[in-house]
Design a protein around this ligand. Structure first.
Ligand SMILES: [Zn+2]
Ligand SMILES: [Zn+2]
Length: 347
């Protein structure tokens, strides 16, 4: 067994508009599982918009070089001392939550996503854009048999955080749901919402025609551009975009007492001026609410994987090789996507 592995690493923060190959393919030392950890031989790793935020420094890695990637599916290859939850050969997943303190008020309540000592996979510790990674056995999940490795990967972030967003939206069956942005999370949320809230109509706002057509194919009753006015007011809107215009437009379309849930780790500065269009009376009066979604808890990931398996959620995926990670990231940045992008690493 070799002592090195292939990995795509980020050496420094860089602007993708100037550098289309931010990651570098190298041979590096294969990690060794510490006490309580498992060594995972990575099969696939999903590509997430958050990687763009890490590369461009909106949520920068804790140190460099860093192996990105937090939607990891693989097989347990070695157990660290005292690790007992899994056996060698078990298939596991690793999500955005890499570790938390386990003792604070938030951890104790099951909101470990809000822990002050929250560490993120592929940002604060090396993640899955590599042949191997290590993680605490308590932050790995069994993957239901119904999913192929590539199908399971996007469930671990886009799916799980989509599930948390739907929970925080407090939508009830029959209420109108809006989705603004229709990437990896949006297309899973629409499938989940149609199952959990069959009486609700879903309205999708997306910048590309391809995304709008895809939304209609997946059961949206209406799809328009970000600034279009839907035929009905919306009781809740989930925003998965990295910009500000959809926030103002969504508030405008909210019903009395409606709630906007923002599922984005960072907002970009590019169109921040659009906030000046905010009209208090039209967009916020009548008890409209805004709530953000932060990270994802272990409970969300576990519950969501179970739900996804029960309802036969099948993410649409596009596969790339590990060395093509840069191309996958640039295509994601350009918004040219149909479903979720996945790097196939060991197969
Ligand atoms: Zn993610
Ligand atoms: Zn904590």
């Amino acid at each position: 067994m070799g002592k090195t592995m292939k990995a795509m690493i980020l050496k420094q923060i860089t602007a993708l508009s100037k550098n289309s190959t931010p990651l570098e393919l190298i041979d590096m030392d294969k990690p060794i599982p510490k006490s309580g950890e498992i060594l995972v031989k990575v099969s696939v790793c999903g590509v997430c918009h958050t990687e763009l935020d890490e590369i461009e420094g909106r949520t920068p890695p804790a140190s460099f070089p860093r192996v990105l990637g937090h939607q990891v599916v693989g097989v347990v290859e070695e157990l660290g001392d005292g690790a007992v939850r899994f056996k060698k050969g078990d298939r596991v997943g690793v999500a955005w939550i890499y570790s938390s303190c386990g003792e604070c008020r938030y951890c104790v309540e099951g909101n470990d996503n809000l822990c002050e000592k929250f560490k993120a996979t592929g940002r604060d510790a090396d993640g899955g854009y590599a042949e191997y990674m290590t993680v605490s056995e308590h932050f790995a999940y069994r993957i239901p048999e119904t999913f192929a490795d590539s199908e399971a990967a996007p469930l671990l972030c886009a799916g799980a955080i989509g599930y948390r967003s739907l929970r925080l939206s407090k939508i009830q069956d029959g209420q109108n749901l809006g989705l603004t942005g229709f990437g990896a999370s949006g297309h899973l949320v629409i499938k989940m919402a149609r199952h959990m809230f069959p009486g609700s109509d879903i309205y999708v706002f997306a910048r590309s025609e391809q995304e709008r057509d895809f939304a209609l194919e997946l059961g949206a009753v209406w799809a328009g551009k970000t600034e279009d006015t839907p035929p009905q007011k919306l009781d809740t809107v989930i925003d998965t975009t990295p910009v500000w215009k959809p926030v103002v437009e969504a508030l405008k379309n909210l019903n009395t007492g409606g709630r906007l849930v923002i599922n984005a780790i960072r907002k970009e500065e590019v169109d921040k001026d659009y906030l000046l269009n905010l009209n208090y009376h039209r967009d916020m009066w009548m008890e409209k609410e805004i709530k953000s979604v932060a990270n994802v808890s272990r409970k969300d990931v576990s519950e969501f994987l179970q739900l996804a398996s029960e309802i036969g959620l099948q993410p649409e995926i596009q596969e790339y090789s590990l060395k093509d990670a840069n191309r996958a990231l640039i295509e994601l940045k350009e918004g040219n996507l149909k479903g979720a992008k996945v790097l196939v690493i060991n197969n």
